[in-house]
Design a protein around this ligand. Structure first.
Ligand SMILES: [Zn+2]
Length: 415
C-alpha cells in the first residue's frame, strides 16, 4: 500500500461540518463515487478516525474525523449492512446499497477489531456498470484478435491468471459478457458476485450453508449451460469437475494465481488432472495486469534519458519524446488517471499440447511457450509507453525489469 504524500488535499472539515452521522457517511460515499475510488478505508487510530480512498490502485488520505464519530459511524454502517451492532470483537462482513444521482452502488463492508476499536473497509461496486467494451480493456487489435481466438472456442477451458487487483476479474467478466447472447446459456459461480450482468445466471457461493464451489459446479452442469465461469478453482474436486465439463463440450472460464504456463502445469498436476486432459482442454492462458494511464489534463512531453531509451529500445523503435503527467487536481497530483490493461497471451497449439503430453522439462516448455508468444507483459507495456498511454516508471512498477536487462536494474529510469 502506497500512501501518496504529494496529495494536495484541502484540510479536513471541522467536526461540526457534518455533525450528523448519516450525513457524514453520505458525504464519504458520494466523495468516493465522484473520485472513482474502488475502496474506502476507515481506520481507527488512538485519537482519530482516518478515511482513505483507493483510487487507481493507490491509497490517498481523504479526511480525518474526530474520534467522536468512530462508534457512531461504525454502528450506523453496520445497521445499513444488516450486521450485528453489538458484536465488536469479531470481524464481520455484509452488503449495503447506496444511491447517488440515478445510479445504484453496491458496497461490500468488512469490519475488523483493532487495538483502537473497529476499523472497516468498503468496496464500492457500481451495479451493471462495468468495463465491457473491447477498447476499454486496453488490448490492441492484434491482441484482441488473439483473445477472441481463445475465448470464442466452441468448448474447452480458458484460464486468466494474475494476482489480486490485476484486473483479472474485470477481464474475465468482459470475456464472458462478449459471449452473452440470447442463444447461449451462461452460468457463473462466484464468491462474491461482483457485477450483475443481464442475461447471465450468476450463482453466489454460500459457505455458511455448505454451498461451496464443488457443489455449485455440480449444479451448474445440470443447468445445461453453453458457457460457464468459475471465479476460482479452490480444490482438486472442483478442478476435476471443471476439466470434465470443458471436455464434454462446455466452454469454461476460470482464474488462477499462477503466472506462467509451467507453474500452471505444476499446479494442475498437483490437482490430479492428467497431462493429456490438460493438453487437450486448455485453449489458452491469458495474463493481465493494469497500468495507470497518464492524466490527460496535465500530460507533458519530455525527451527520454539514455537509460530510458536503452530500456525501451530492447524491443521497440525509440520515440523522440515520451509522455508523463505533471500532476493536477484531477489526478490528485499523481500524474495518472484511470488504468489500462496489458496482456501476456499464450494460445495453446499442437506444439504446446504435445510438449505437455511428452513431459518435456519445465524449462523447455517455458522456452517453447516464450518462443510462441506474440505479446508478453513487457512488450505490451512498452507499446503503451511508446504511445504515451503510460510511463516507463509505471511499466516497471507493474511488470518489473525485463529479463534481458535485469542485471542493469540499478540504472535510473528517472531524469
Ligand atoms: Zn493530472
Amino acid at each position: 500500500m502506497v500512501n501518496d504524500k504529494n496529495s494536495n488535499l484541502p484540510p479536513p472539515p471541522s467536526p461540526e461540518a457534518g455533525s450528523d452521522v448519516v450525513g457524514t457517511i453520505n458525504l464519504i460515499l458520494e466523495s468516493a463515487v465522484n473520485k472513482k475510488a474502488s475502496d474506502i478505508h476507515v481506520d481507527a487510530e488512538r485519537d482519530s478516525l482516518n478515511v482513505r480512498f483507493r483510487i487507481d490502485g493507490f491509497l490517498h488520505p481523504e479526511i480525518t474525523l474526530d474520534k467522536y464519530y468512530q462508534e457512531r459511524l461504525v454502528s450506523r454502517l453496520k445497521v445499513m449492512a444488516q450486521l450485528n451492532i453489538s458484536e465488536h470483537q469479531m470481524p464481520q462482513s455484509g452488503h449495503l446499497e447506496f444511491k447517488h444521482g440515478d445510479r445504484i452502488y453496491n458496497v461490500r463492508l468488512s469490519t475488523v477489531p483493532t487495538q483502537f476499536g473497529e476499523s472497516l473497509t468498503m468496496r464500492v461496486l457500481e451495479r451493471e456498470e462495468i468495463m465491457l467494451k473491447d477498447d476499454d480493456l486496453g488490448a490492441n487489435p492484434e491482441q484482441m484478435e488473439m483473445i477472441n481466438q481463445i475465448s470464442k472456442s466452441p468448448y474447452g477451458l480458458v484460464i486468466v491468471t494474475g494476482p489480486t487487483g490485476s484486473g483479472k476479474t474485470t477481464f474475465l467478466y468482459s470475456l464472458v459478457n462478449s459471449l452473452n447472447s440470447i442463444d447461449r446459456s451462461i452460468v457463473t459461480v462466484e464468491d462474491p458476485v461482483e457485477y450483475n450482468i443481464a442475461g447471465i445466471r450468476q450463482m453466489q457461493i454460500r459457505e455458511s450453508v455448505g454451498f461451496d464451489f464443488h457443489k455449485a459446479m455440480g449444479a451448474v452442469v445440470r443447468q445445461d449451460p453453453d458457457v460457464i465461469m468459475l471465479g476460482e478453482i479452490v480444490d482438486d474436486n472442483t478442478a476435476q469437475a471443471v476439466f470434465q465439463a470443458a471436455l464434454s463440450g462446455i466452454l469454461a472460464f476460470t482464474t488462477f494465481h499462477t503466472f506462467d504456463v509451467p507453474a500452471l502445469l505444476i499446479r494442475l498436476l498437483e490437482m490430479k488432472i492428467p497431462r493429456s486432459v490438460i493438453a487437450h482442454t486448455i485453449r489458452g492462458v491469458l495474463l493481465t495486469r493494469l497500468v495507470r494511464k497518464v492524466c490527460q489534463s496535465c500530460k507533458e512531453e519530455y525527451i527520454p534519458s539514455e537509460s530510458e531509451k536503452m530500456l525501451i529500445g530492447i524491443h521497440n523503435k525509440i520515440p523522440a519524446k515520451l509522455t508523463r503527467g505533471k500532476g493536477c487536481d484531477k489526478c490528485h497530483n499523481t500524474g495518472y488517471l484511470g488504468r489500462s490493461g496489458i496482456f501476456d497471451i499464450t494460445l495453446f497449439d499442437d506444439d504446446i499440447r504435445f510438449a505437455i503430453i511428452d513431459e518435456v522439462s519445465l524449462s523447455d516448455l517455458d522456452k517453447l511457450v516464450s518462443s510462441k508468444k506474440k505479446w508478453n507483459l513487457w512488450d505490451s507495456a512498452m507499446e503503451k509507453v511508446v504511445n504515451g498511454v503510460t510511463t516507463l516508471d509505471e511499466a516497471i512498477r507493474v511488470v518489473g525489469y525485463p529479463k534481458s536487462v535485469s542485471g542493469q536494474a540499478n540504472a535510473s529510469t528517472k531524469n
